[in-house]
Write a protein that binds this ligand. Sequence first.
Ligand code: ADP
Ligand code: MG
Length: 297
Amino acid sequence: ATPTALMVGTGRGAQLGILIKGPQVLESTRRVDTIVLDKTGTITTGRMSLAAVHPGAGEDRTELLTLAGALEAASEHPIAQAIAAAAKNIDNRRLPSVDVFTNHDGRGVTGVVDGHAVLVGRRNWLADEWSLTAPNALTAAAEEAESQGTTPVWVAWDGAVRGVIVVADTIKDTSAEAIAQFRQLGLRPVLLTGDNRRAARAVAAQVGIDPDDVIAEVLPAGKVIAIKELQAHGKTVAMVGDGVNDAAALAQADLGLAMGTGSDVAIEASDLTLVRGDLRAAADAIRLSRSTLTTIK
Ligand code: ADP
Ligand code: MG
């Protein structure tokens, strides 16, 4: 392909809301056969809101939300922001302060609030790393929430599980159409997320991704491994993501696409940026690379 023609393609990309790092990117775009999609912030808006609060037996709803919300106020995770906002909304109160806050990437958060050692996070993290067991009633509530595509997080303090808080995200109204376009272009869509398997499958079903092509409950480092495994199977992989935890996988992919609405780290690790955060622009980019390179032949 001639540099001039590729420059024209790059300019056309800008008109479509696609920022391309360099003209050579269009070459790798054309070969892609698999498109891996992050869930939160990529297929969904990533703006979470509180869906339900389930205090355990004998626990108080306000205390549950206050201790969890105070801790989450120190985190920038979308789950954390939803819980902190909901806690602040109870009587418009100021939340207690947090000591020794620690973020455990892809798992949850810990800290001391009002003299209690509090942790909020994913279920297997509570079980595996903190040896906490969940009461059956809460497990049932959490599983019900997961099968509806929402995300339950577990709250524990002073060595006992105290409740479950459910947050909900919204699927972007452009996602299903984008995924249909990927299929028309001959690409296989795969969903890759740190979130729970049931919620991931519920979202996949709504946007037209095969249940066998859902990779869920992966830690941030697992996202890179998932990309490498697809590549080891001979796939040429595009990855679309928005988060700090997607950056390494975006760099590993043959083609990394960042949501313009996402983190700077993700944008820096990518070859291409979808300025408006609309997944359909990824299909536009692939069509553009194919037409640009055909014209030049
Ligand atoms: P995603 O791949 O959807 O961006 P992450 O890797 O950031 O997800 O997080 C994976 C899971 O870890 C979340 O679904 C949640 O259960 C848990 N988690 C991560 N951060 C937090 C937090 N600040 N509060 C509660 N749970 C968290
Ligand atoms: Mg994300």
